[in-house]
Design a protein around this ligand. Sequence first.
Ligand SMILES: *[C@@H]1O[C@H](CO)[C@@H](O)[C@H](O)[C@H]1NC(C)=O
Ligand SMILES: *[C@@H]1O[C@H](CO)[C@@H](O)[C@H](O)[C@H]1NC(C)=O
Length: 518
Amino acid sequence: MTYSLRKRKNKWMAVMVAICLVFFLVVGSYTSKSHVRTLAVSIVDNGRHHRQSVLEEPKWKGSPETRAVDDDIREEYLNGSPLVRHRKTVAKQLQSCSQPFHKPGGATVLINAVNPEGTISRLSFAPLGFMPSDVYRFNPNLIPSPPGSQYPYIGFARESIKPIKDAVSVRQHNVIYCDMDWAKSDTFDQQMLRCVNEPKTLDLPSWRSPKGSCGLWSKSESGVGHIDSRIFMSPRGEPLMIVGTNGIANCVHQFVVDLRTIVPDLESKLKVENVPIRFANLTALPRESPLAEIEKNYQLLFDEKDDIFVHHEIGDRSFTAMSDVGMRNLGVYAPTPECISALRKTFAHPDSQRMTIHQATNSLRVTLCEYPCEPSLDNTVLISIMHVKYERFLDVYYRRHLVVMNATAPFHILARSSNLIYAGTDERHMVYSVALEWDHSHYRRRRELLDNPPNAVEKREESSAAKLTPGTNNLVNDYYHGWLDDTVLISLGLNDRESASIHVKAGRLLDCLELCPK
Ligand SMILES: *[C@@H]1O[C@H](CO)[C@@H](O)[C@H](O)[C@H]1NC(C)=O
Ligand SMILES: *[C@@H]1O[C@H](CO)[C@@H](O)[C@H](O)[C@H]1NC(C)=O
């Protein structure tokens, strides 16, 4: 694809128009003054999440299957079992809709909490503000630096260098990284994240795939480079990267590595010098054969003991457990529920039109209440974002859904969100989610919350025996776990060309969900 300057101008016009439209729509849906105030508060308010009381009936009653499960729960509830009462509370919490424009089967509109206008923050991997036309830097990942660091984030992206005049040949794909800081956009008065220095390239080993393993893409055998990285913190505080590169037994496979072994000053920057390194070398992620020619979109799930499970795909779920001593092939299977498989559609002309469902991001662990409520396996879940990808010729469209899983193996899928709309994105663009990180470093307001409001003090006294710290509760840690009032940073890609990010309270993501009966 070539982008002329004019087309790009038109694209930016389209983005601006879309931003205006989203806001007219959102603001337009509020008629009374008090509602406008609610919106304003919800954008700037970092301290509190406004959730409907769990005692209120949810407005939406769910699919027929969901209703059946709900009825079962109600019936058992009459018999008074505390476990059943608990399940009812969790189900209601997931289903309740805190925003008037959130509707199941509609969309979950996410407003950027760190931008006064609520739209996405642009990310730029070009420190000087422009990039040579043959270099694309996209698929962004961000790791928040610890409090007190010189720069707030470390950014990673895929860099693809397009050989001039030969757009179809294999490009060189690298992973680059830099320190990022808030800067003012050159175009309009909005804060954006930008590399403070020229990004460096990750020095990763490369090799050939076995002869004949790449089928149609035989050129890839000699080295595809390193593609589609997903960077995230493990519960222990290891900065891990899953990345695709040439396979040992297939064309392209998924590997994991601890980034501290590649980025020299990363362990001191992240203050994780004392965390042992388990993945010193690029390690192939296990999956039972037969492997596909190209394995993609793996994610790691960490259970309540922080054991690692490789979740290969969501459309046809399978897992492999990995232990500290090498790898244990432990197949654990949990079927894909209807709420996910029903997203699949078939088209009359599959040659020209198709759709696929796949995992998109890493996972995080969330306790379904606000701090200081005590995390347990009954109120804590894993979340990640999946994609529904539609393709018709060169037109690609993504829908993005939050997936909520049980926090222990085999990670049953409990609920799924509507399409996630990142305010400020254009529906005609390819908008995809890359990674989720807790941004505790910059947006945890715990101390103020505990020191000031009277009900927080009351809450603390009520829960004086609550186990809330990593030392007392093995679900809690500073990297993989958070509460509903903590902030999640989502990094996203636009058109395989541009990057952006959005900060939202976890409670906003876990809003108005569709339950997934087993
Ligand atoms: C990692 O690679 C180095 C050099 O390639 C090798 O010496 C070392 O044994 C490897 N470590 C592991 C854990 O495989
Ligand atoms: C997850 O599964 C465990 C074991 O089956 C169960 O005890 C727990 O309540 C479940 N958690 C949620 C949030 O449903």
